[in-house]
Design a binder for this molecule. Structure first.
Ligand code: SF4
Length: 225
């Protein structure tokens, strides 16, 4: 399988820019990327963007967030959802970065994973988006699309990451999350994927066209009743 060609085809079709992709393009500092990735858990890009913007317009670095009052943090990141848990989490992470890493986010996966609430996906996002290191952050889009394409047959993201690392050439790892997040938001949607306009429909074993046609038929029938 030519992974490079497949990813090139996806890239050529995409239009938008995911939040972390935007931060990386603007060369935002690793701390902002780490905090933004924590804020992005179970929320949409637009809400993460808003929460990140508000938070960093008030507090700029680990020292300031480590010393910020929690109710103030809660207000600023409210849009990101789960704001009570997330505000405590980012404060705790900021304190550790400040006290144990001299205010500098580590670029080592083991160190990142030792931070509270930082799992494989977040650690890999920091490696990819902040440090341009090869890693495959597997979020819901990467997990779903890799399975639909038949690259892996897995039930959980942790195994998807391992399998992808075995089959995808290391030089392409860094692109997978960036491309599949947008691909999953724009074309290979969780429900009703746009297979008709998909640049991968000739290599993808999944065919949702029947399913989508049936859903559409049912929808029209319900409208006419
Ligand atoms: S053909 Fe459909 S299921 Fe396959 S990758 Fe494209 S949008 Fe996703």
């Amino acid at each position: 399988m030519d992974f490079q060609e497949i990813l090139d085809n996806v890239e050529a079709k995409l239009t938008g820019e995911a939040h972390l992709d935007e931060l990386a393009r603007k060369r935002q500092d690793p701390f902002k990327i780490l905090i933004s990735t924590i804020l992005s858990a179970r929320t949409k890009d637009a809400n993460t963007r808003e929460a990140t913007k508000k938070l960093f317009s008030r507090y700029k670095d680990p020292h300031e967030i480590a010393n910020a009052p929690v109710p103030e943090l809660e207000k600023l990141i409210y849009n990101a959802g789960f704001y009570r848990v997330k505000s405590r989490r980012i404060k705790e992470v900021a304190q550790i970065i400040e006290n144990e890493y001299q205010g500098i986010v580590p670029d080592d996966k083991k160190d990142l994973l030792s931070l509270p609430g930082v799992g494989a996906k977040t650690a890999n996002c920091v490696l990819v988006y902040a440090f341009k290191k090869p890693a495959i952050p597997v979020d819901t889009h990467v997990h779903r699309i890799s399975n639909r394409l038949g690259w892996v047959q897995t039930k959980v993201p942790e195994i998807t990451e391992k399998k992808l690392m075995e089959i995808v050439p290391k030089g392409e790892w860094i692109r997978i999350n960036r491309l599949f997040v947008r691909f999953g938001q724009e074309i290979c949607l969780p429900n009703n994927p746009k297979c008709k306009i998909c640049p991968l429909n000739d290599v993808c074993p999944k065919d949702f066209s029947m399913e989508i046609a049936l859903k559409e038929k049912k929808r029209k029938k319900n409208l006419n009743q």
